[in-house]
Design a protein around this ligand. Structure first.
Ligand SMILES: C[S@@+](CC[C@H](N)C(=O)[O-])C[C@H]1O[C@@H](n2cnc3c(N)ncnc32)[C@H](O)[C@@H]1O
Length: 200
């Protein structure tokens, strides 16, 4: 098991949908982090890809490539409706329901930016990421040292940045991904961390 019951605990165990009920039209990392993330996406995505932006908001940080389809997911409808990179979106609390309503092998890439710390059942969610990815598909999970502390899981709050990267690598492993690469950088004030997972 990747996480114990204690690891999954959040300070605020209230309904996540209520916490995200009001839109936040802000960015959750500095401009240098965002530019580095877009650069990473540019290096692993291709025109025509089908992309799933999990735990998204009003911005996806995707590079100016023409994708076949971008599906977004999150908890705030006003944010997702404002995101002009999304062709469609759905709302779902991943801590209540871990089944992703997308078909097997239906996307080429999964993006999950600045949000993985809120998942209480990451093994199940990463298994779903692996299931919906087409052969040779990738998932990019990025994070920095910022968070809503009352909503991040205990295992995340108490870990160093490198331990967080190791945790995300364990999530990929538990989800059945074949291999991962860790990307660490300091483009500005906010440390840049990403783990790229590959399915077979
Ligand atoms: C810090 S924001 C990051 C949003 C976006 N990826 C970005 O980089 O701007 C965290 C996001 O995680 C998502 N989230 C948090 N808890 C969630 C949950 N239990 N189920 C689904 N999504 C959740 C919300 O959609 C929220 O917008």
């Amino acid at each position: 098991m990747v996480l114990s019951e204690r690891d999954r605990q959040k300070i605020d165990d209230g309904d996540d949908s209520i916490f995200y009920d009001s839109p936040r039209f802000v960015t959750h990392a500095d401009d240098a982090f965002i530019a580095r993330l877009t650069e990473l996406y540019m290096s692993v995505l291709a025109p025509g890809d089908r992309v799933f932006d999990a735990m998204s908001s009003w911005v996806s940080f995707l590079p100016p490539l023409s994708f076949e389809r971008v599906v977004g997911h999150g908890l705030n409808e006003a944010e997702l409706a404002t995101n002009d990179r999304l062709d469609e979106y759905f709302l779902q609390d991943f801590n209540s329901d871990q089944s992703v309503p997308l078909a097997d092998e239906s996307v080429d890439a999964v993006c999950c930016a600045l949000s993985v710390q809120y998942l209480q059942y990451p093994a199940e969610i990463f298994s779903e990421f692996a299931r919906i990815l087409a052969p040779d598909g990738i998932a990019v999970v990025s994070f920095t040292n910022r968070m809503f502390p009352t909503k991040a899981i205990h295992a995340w709050r108490t870990a160093s940045m490198d331990e967080r990267a190791t945790l995300v690598e364990r999530y990929f492993d538990a989800g059945g991904f074949e291999r991962t690469e860790r990307v660490v950088d300091q483009p500005g004030t906010d440390p840049f961390y990403a783990v790229v997972g590959h399915v077979a």
